[in-house]
Design a binder for this molecule. Structure first.
Ligand code: SF4
Ligand code: SF4
Length: 374
């Protein structure tokens, strides 16, 4: 296992990125591909967006990984299972097709699945066959916030190995509790077991990420390592979040996969003003009151009717069927809503955000005050 490292990289300069990504892969992929070996490259191809929005792994970072694989004689396969749209469309709209026009690579959607046992309480899960059968996997996440998981980094990026509409099904099964979903993500990361994780944090997303409701932010770094959890811990340490507050890290630790939660190393870049999504418990309170509390006090998705174009993407994706159309926007059934925030993630018009209701804000402020006094 390699010690994760941060390389400062101020801009998406093709030449510099090619050199830096190559350098990081040399150092953190202990076994480079041998001639003819298939290497899966898994970027973040969430939805159609241009590179300057900071939502997708930048085309130059993907190109550098492809070049590194080809230079070593390997076969490069780039694949993902986007939340919205097809890989082919995203590849074009995101500038990947132009950047890698003349390169010998295969670009595809994950489509064939293989069932894998991931242990209790999840049983078996169908994951992309390529992700389970390819010897080397280069995990290329983006440094972004996530309304439910606080940050989406290396571990969350691998949720993209759940194929197509199996994703909302697993959201529906696991998102009822934040820790439960974090445990599922950790199990998937274990099953896929990437050989190296390299986070594109040159431009990241802060605030209401990981989709178009988030705000691009310049962080100027690439972070890489062979252990996906250690890489995520290092990224979290650069934000106002403590690594122990990242749900996937605490889940990995509680599950015995990570022996300790890495402490933030001294001297790393720190972004004290990085905007994290506001988070409150998905559910709390005594059992008989849980539904009432969930409806009136717990954070929920909120629509800005002025921005909503009634495109129905959120309705189609919602794993709980909790969204319906109204005359001027959309409405949420907060009893059914599981707070997975897939709707915020897929909305192409940045019309959704996760927000606390007034009563929830009041309770949170009172709690903070009591915490400060005691
Ligand atoms: S909230 Fe967004 S995804 Fe949903 S209908 Fe409106 S514009 Fe479309
Ligand atoms: S309304 Fe949004 S947050 Fe609620 S279940 Fe549907 S997709 Fe998830």
């Amino acid at each position: 296992m390699t010690t994760p490292e941060i390389l400062l990289s101020s801009v998406y300069d093709e030449k510099i990125i090619m050199a830096q990504v190559g350098e990081l892969l040399d150092r953190h992929l202990p076994r480079p591909p041998h001639s003819g070996q298939r290497v899966l490259i898994k970027p973040n191809l969430l939805l159609s967006a241009p590179p300057e929005r900071g939502i997708l792994t930048h085309p130059f970072v993907v190109k550098a990984a492809v070049k590194w694989v080809l230079d070593h004689g390997g076969k490069a396969i780039v694949a993902d299972s986007p939340a919205m749209g097809t890989v082919q469309r995203i590849w074009k709209a995101g500038g990947f097709a132009d950047a890698m026009e003349d390169m010998d690579l295969s670009v595809s959607e994950f489509c064939s699945e293989k069932k894998v046992a991931v242990g209790a309480p999840f049983g078996t899960i169908a994951l992309a066959k390529e992700a389970l059968e390819t010897d080397l996997i280069i995990n290329l996440p983006k440094f972004k916030t996530h309304a439910m998981m606080a940050l989406t980094l290396g571990v969350k990026n691998l949720f993209g190995c759940v194929v197509g509409f199996e994703k909302p099904k697993w959201h529906a099964r696991a998102c009822i509790e934040r820790d439960h979903f974090a445990r599922l993500l950790v199990r998937i990361a274990e099953a896929v077991s990437p050989s190296v994780t390299l986070v594109d944090g040159i431009t990241g997303i802060q605030g209401q990420g990981p989709g178009k409701s988030g705000e691009p932010v310049h962080l100027g770094c690439l972070v890489a390592g062979s252990n996906v959890h250690e890489v995520d811990a290092l990224c979290a340490a650069m934000t106002p979040l403590l690594p122990s507050e990242l749900p996937t890290l605490t889940a990995a630790h509680a599950m015995g996969i990570l022996p300790y939660i890495p402490s933030p190393p001294v001297g790393i870049p720190h972004f004290p003003h990085f905007k994290l999504p506001t988070q409150s418990p998905v559910t709390f309170g005594p059992l008989p009151l849980k539904n009432l509390i969930r409806r009136h006090m717990v954070q929920r998705p909120v629509v800005d009717p002025a921005k909503c174009r009634q495109c129905s993407h959120c309705l189609e994706y919602c794993p709980a069927n909790a969204i319906s159309k109204t005359s001027d926007a959309i409405a949420f059934d907060l009893k059914e809503c599981i707070r997975c925030y897939c709707c915020v993630e897929v909305c192409p018009h940045a019309a959704l955000e996760a927000a606390d209701p007034p009563l929830g804000r009041l309770v949170q402020r009172t709690k903070n005050l009591i915490d400060r006094i005691s």
